[in-house]
Design a protein around this ligand. Sequence first.
Ligand code: GDP
Ligand code: IMO
Ligand code: MG
Length: 425
Amino acid sequence: MANTIIIGAQWGDEGKGKIVDMLSAQSSLTVRFQGGSNAGHTIRAQGEQTILHLIPSGILHQGTLCLIGNGVVLDPAVFLEEADELSKRGLDVSPARLGISKKAHLILPYHKQLDKAREAKRAGHKIGTTGRGIGPCYEDKVARVGIRAADIGNPSLLRDKVRHTLLEKNILLQELYKFDPLDPDVVADELLAMAPRLIPYLTDVEARIDEAAARGENILFEGAQGVHLDIDHGTYPFVTSSNTVSGNAASGSGVGPSFFTRAIGVAKAYTTRVGSGPFPTELLDDSGTYLRERGHEYGATTGRPRRCGWLDTVILRASTRLNGLTDFAVTKLDVLQNLPLLRICVAYEHEGKRCERIPQEEGALDKVNPIYEEMPGFEADISGCTQFGQLPSAARAYIRRMEELVGAKVSIVSVGPDRQQTIFM
Ligand code: GDP
Ligand code: IMO
Ligand code: MG
């Protein structure tokens, strides 16, 4: 039995969806443990593309139960839409194989309004959020005024809570942001209209995990975003509002830290980031454009162009430690094809000194200069390789050097978006 956590080791969009989908073939349960519909996880199987925002990436495997843990903030309308789309394609998304923790917090319309209104007001200091209401929903959870999934089964409690929280939010919306106030009854009515469809999905996620573990089954824990978007350990304040590190797989799904056997960090063979914030190895020249176009680096959730740059092993070394990573899955190695020279950032120059770790003061990462090592590129098309030995020697050397620099082994190399374009080491 293996209980494996999969997290993004960079700034998101590393290819977690693909890796979780692949590993779900051998798992009877896949659990999402944080984030919300800010995530966009892409899977390509038999030429067909699926983008998931909330439903765990194990859903394409008929035998896999998919659960949304308490650590997720769930937009009920997005969930139902996503389930409907999958159902139209003939997939079973019945409550027999899909569940939502009763403790998960719900994203309501005022969360999305506040998210957008705040971003609009932040002129010059925008975080570049996805506008999905993630931050405001987590704020309510911590402020103890959140609406939890189970509340939709208790209309009078739900109405009470919405009324209470809107007392404050309507003042913000109206006075500060010049939005129309929201009528608490309308908000509650809209949510309750979805209740008959949502209630059958509500479940005790901890109990379901317990039962699967007792049967000795393999369980996967699917992270969203990436380590450097973590609310504590990321490039604050240019981060998301949840803990994206592996430790949150425990509290975000309701198991203890000793439950896990393996933690895999997914990393691209280069680096990307969407939204604002420091990015030491960002390429603003033709090489950056080359990576963006060859890698189709446009957001799966918002369609925004992703910023692209060289591989940064300072941030990956930090990821190894912050998450106790046992191994890495390296994706998009194929995208590097035809670049004559590959650069790997091995350290930073910070205030005139060589620095192997991320400086922690706000703004400091904007000022570092990457120290690069250069390696020869490769010209051969590797998208059909299924074994490590089939890769050109320059590509193998790149992966081996990466292993040394990040301090963990690479156990999966992905050479294309499709399931079969994967090398298991
Ligand atoms: P996630 O959020 O971590 O699941 O990643 P996204 O789905 O947002 O972005 C990853 C993108 O890269 C998707 O379009 C995938 O289909 C694609 N992808 C994943 N692995 C590979 C790979 O090895 N090569 C190429 N060319 N594309 C890949
Ligand atoms: P997946 O799971 C990449 C970024 C946003 C913004 C910051 C805060 O697909 O890897 P938020 O809406 O969360 O308050 O935005 O975080 N961001 C992501 N970037 N991949 C994601 O998810 C992201 N989810 C949020 O662009 O910079
Ligand atoms: Mg994504």
